[in-house]
Design a protein around this ligand. Sequence first.
Ligand code: GUN
Length: 291
Amino acid sequence: MNILDGRKISNQIKEEIAVEVAQIKERGEKVPHLAAVLVGNDGASLTYVGSKVRSCKKIGFESTLIHLPEETTEVALLRQVEDLNANPDIDGYIVQLPLPKHIDEEKVLMAVHPDKDVDGFHPANFGKMALGMETFIPATPFGIMELLRRYNIETEGKHTVVIGRSNIVGRPISILMSQKGKAANATVTVTHSRTKDLTEFTQKADIIVSALGSPDFLKADMVKEGVVIIDVGITRVPDETREKGYYLTGDVDFDQVAPKASYITPVPGGVGPMTIAMLLKNTLLARERHS
Ligand code: GUN
């Protein structure tokens, strides 16, 4: 069993980006500037956004966090989005999801200018991604692809089973892995909450990408020997004995499944850090596309 060390690879990518930022500075040019909009006080979102801002500082990007109260109206948020679209100093920005229930997520994501949409969630960018055109690839699937590439995981002709069909992970990773290219050319099956006999699919899978959000869901008897496991799930499980009052766990019962796997991502330290690294990569690309 080999660990797919997302923390290590994400640090490598961040170092590569930092070198480019240093060169940008040397040329006296404007450094990349990422903004993040967070509405409300969802614990996980606060952690993610905080981590994104810290990573920006570390590699020499400018960053702006716009933290709005839970009761922010849709109109006010859309105004904020328009301001960011119009602000020439901001190369790219994200609106952290989920948004409070009274705000129409689709409406907000549609309002983000595609050239600044470093999440790759706007239909124009998602469409380009699906067509294999150059665009911003959503950071989590982009991170998974990069992790597979850097570990030289053979995906060509392999049966990849994706669990989950979200717009952020399941759908885009299934498209990307079925396309031509490195870490791609796979035969992909998308499974979801209405799939009958999920285990029949997972037991035959060469690669499993699980983006379900159900702690320790995938057990040893559901996978075959030598499987490659990409665990995208990250759930806070309440635990009073821990300092934070919770611990993080993935969709995969790691202790059970790891001995059968050829490669496996840990949680935390697998896909999560890769997401942040690829968001930074997209911001660097956004700056290049604007200048
Ligand atoms: N919420 C969970 N993942 C993401 C992500 O990649 N981007 C944004 N904006 N929100 C998220």
